[in-house]
Ligand binder design. Structure first.
Ligand code: BV8
Ligand code: ZN
Length: 243
């Protein structure tokens, strides 16, 4: 059967959404790309000569907290002036149209919330929150940049970004929230993610196994494209408003 046209694919996804009550979305760095936020694995995925996977680890932080904080302060400086793009805004508008709509994101930039999404499951944490390595105190701190080696106001220990690093477990409560949505979803959209990082990358396959119609919206095919029902190649900021 000939590959359906781009327009036909969008019409099919619109139809599936119109028939659905329970929708789940998984987003990755690609949905923030049109806001000017560098993605991870593209050409813009570098900071100095490092890849995020080398710096976003507990080992790197234990070894050189100053370097890792420099990396996060750079990302905070990049993120501070950016705004949600039409892709974020379309998802915020969609949320209101369904009895059950769960937005799961791998992103730590908080742009979905800024765009007006009410229920955001942040699998990998949020760069605007810091956590104390000593007493575990959590606080939102939007200072850009943060002071060098920021310390806890309560116990004086070193603060870390409240994000999930490679090799760290995701918060079980947050994972459970995501899986409950995947179990019952009728339509899932996997948007702007290269499908490399686990456990997020296999969530689309989980929804598919549970009987959901799964559509991928991405600039390029991913390792999971073949198992999804639909693969729409395009910019999320252009495709999502059409839905
Ligand atoms: C865990 C927070 C379990 C930090 C992030 C081998 C060795 C070591 C570890 C592993 C291994 N194999 C598997 C693992 C586990 C590891 C992992 O998956 N590693 C990968 C690299 C292989 N996973 C973990 O460690 C996770 N924890 O598994 O714990 C465990 C079990 C036992 C004991 C201990 C632990 C934790 C993973 C979380 C890591 N933290 N972020 C920070 O951001 O600083 S992940 C990071 O990558 C971001 O969150 C990001 O979102 C995520 C995924 O990247 P993408 O979002 O997909 O971004 P990417 O650039 O890759 O792709 C963008 C896509 O968008 C592209 O396809 C592009 O074409 C497209 N695009 C671009 N522009 C647009 C677009 N699409 C549409 N429109 C556009 N305009
Ligand atoms: Zn503390």
């Amino acid at each position: 059967m000939a590959e359906p046209s781009h327009e036909a694919k969008i019409q099919l996804l619109k139809k599936k959404l119109a028939e659905a009550e329970r929708v789940v979305v998984l987003t990755g760095a690609g949905i923030s790309a049109e806001s000017g936020v560098p993605t991870f694995r593209g050409q813009d995925g570098l900071w100095r000569q490092y890849r995020a996977t080398e710096l976003a680890t507990p080992e790197a932080f234990a070894d050189d907290p100053r370097l890792v904080w420099e990396f996060y302060n750079w990302r905070r400086e990049v993120l501070a002036p950016v705004h949600p793009n039409p892709g974020h805004l379309a998802l915020a508008a969609m949320e209101k149209r369904f009895p059950q709509f769960t937005l799961i994101t791998q992103n730590i930039d908080g742009l979905h919330q800024t765009a007006g999404s009410g229920k955001v499951v942040e699998l990998h944490g949020n760069i605007w929150w810091v956590r104390c390595n000593g007493c575990g105190e959590l606080a939102e701190d939007r200072r850009v940049p943060l002071p060098e080696l920021p310390t806890c106001g309560s116990c004086g220990a070193l603060l870390r970004p409240h994000v999930v690093w490679f090799g760290e477990m995701l918060d079980p409560m947050i994972l459970d929230q995501a899986h409950r949505a995947l179990e019952t979803s009728q339509v899932m959209m996997v948007i702007g993610t290269s499908g490399v990082v686990q456990p997020a990358a296999s969530m689309g396959a989980t929804a598919k196994r549970r009987g959901a119609f799964v559509a991928e919206i991405n600039l390029e095919p991913t390792p999971y494209t073949g198992i999804y029902d639909l693969s729409i190649l395009g910019k999320s900021g252009e495709v999502l408003p059409l839905l």
